[in-house]
Design a binder for this molecule. Structure first.
Ligand SMILES: Nc1ncnc2c1ncn2[C@@H]1O[C@H](COP(=O)(O)OP(=O)(O)OP(=O)(O)O)[C@@H](O)[C@H]1O
Length: 239
């Protein structure tokens, strides 16, 4: 995205913001409250249309010309903070449902799963470390397991870009570690943008961190680079 600005009633939530994410990259986005992180995600997914600037997916897809469903269809998906799995269905059924909402496999709604689809579900179960829980009701999972299941549901659609909003909120220490492993295992195949306030977690997964402040990119670099940047320190300490 280049030179993107978004105003709400005269207030600039994004201010000439430019951000470039590589194919398969895992990028962490940090910044104090109100920096514009959520608004940035909203612009990428089409929920908010900017006042100015350009947002491209690859070289050719102009996201500003697409609505939210079309952007999702193009392979950009978002994981919100609160898990929204179907508690009354099993883990397997949740993944099955995610598969069936994929427009490309729409006709399978009325058929049994084929072996390729079963393999796909098993692959995702391995990735999210829930194969042993596949026959359990999602409602019986721990908070962390629900979050992984929801990531698994997104993976069923084989997204090119995953936007992940505060993935570890409310998780136990062990769940946090497992989530770091999960996100790291996904990079390469998917571009992942993680918004997170927990700096230790960001340090454990980030190769490159982007710091937002007042709607613009303040700086980008490794966690060490940004944490030692006097501007970042000042912004976080409110100096
Ligand atoms: N729909 C809206 N109407 C008016 N103001 C808004 C709207 N959405 C966001 N804002 C304002 O824009 C600014 C940026 O908000 P945004 O939610 O993007 O920040 P954030 O970095 O995600 O913050 P947080 O870390 O607290 O979630 C804030 O000052 C917020 O109050």
């Amino acid at each position: 995205m280049e030179d993107v600005s978004v105003s709400f009633d005269g207030f600039r939530a994004l201010n000439h913001l430019s951000l470039y994410i590589d194919d398969g990259e895992l990028r962490c986005l940090i910044g104090p409250n109100g920096a514009g992180k959520t608004t940035l995600m909203d612009v990428i997914t089409g929920k908010t249309k900017p006042d100015s600037g350009s947002v491209f997916f690859g070289q050719t897809i102009d996201l500003l010309e697409l609505d939210e469903p079309a952007i999702a269809q193009a392979g950009i998906c978002r994981k919100f903070q609160k898990p929204s799995v179907f508690d009354a269905l099993t883990v397997f059924e949740n993944l099955e449902l995610a598969l069936k909402t994929d427009k490309r496999t729409w006709p399978t709604l009325f058929h049994k799963l084929n072996s390729e689809q079963r393999d796909r579900i098993q692959d995702v179960l391995q990735t999210i470390a829930l194969p042993a829980q596949q026959r359990q009701l999602a409602g019986a999972l721990s908070h962390g397991q629900k979050q992984w299941l929801e990531i698994g549901m997104l993976l069923m659609q084989d997204p090119k870009v995953m936007l992940v909003d505060e993935p570890i909120a409310g998780m136990t220490h062990q769940e946090v570690e497992r989530t770091a492993e999960l996100l790291l295992s996904l990079q390469g195949q998917h571009s992942i943008v993680v918004v997170e306030h927990d700096m230790e977690f960001v340090r454990s997964i980030a190769r490159k961190v982007t710091v937002l402040h007042e709607g613009s990119v303040l700086t980008e670099g490794t966690m060490d680079e940004v944490q030692n940047d006097p501007r970042v320190i000042q912004v976080y300490l409110g100096g």
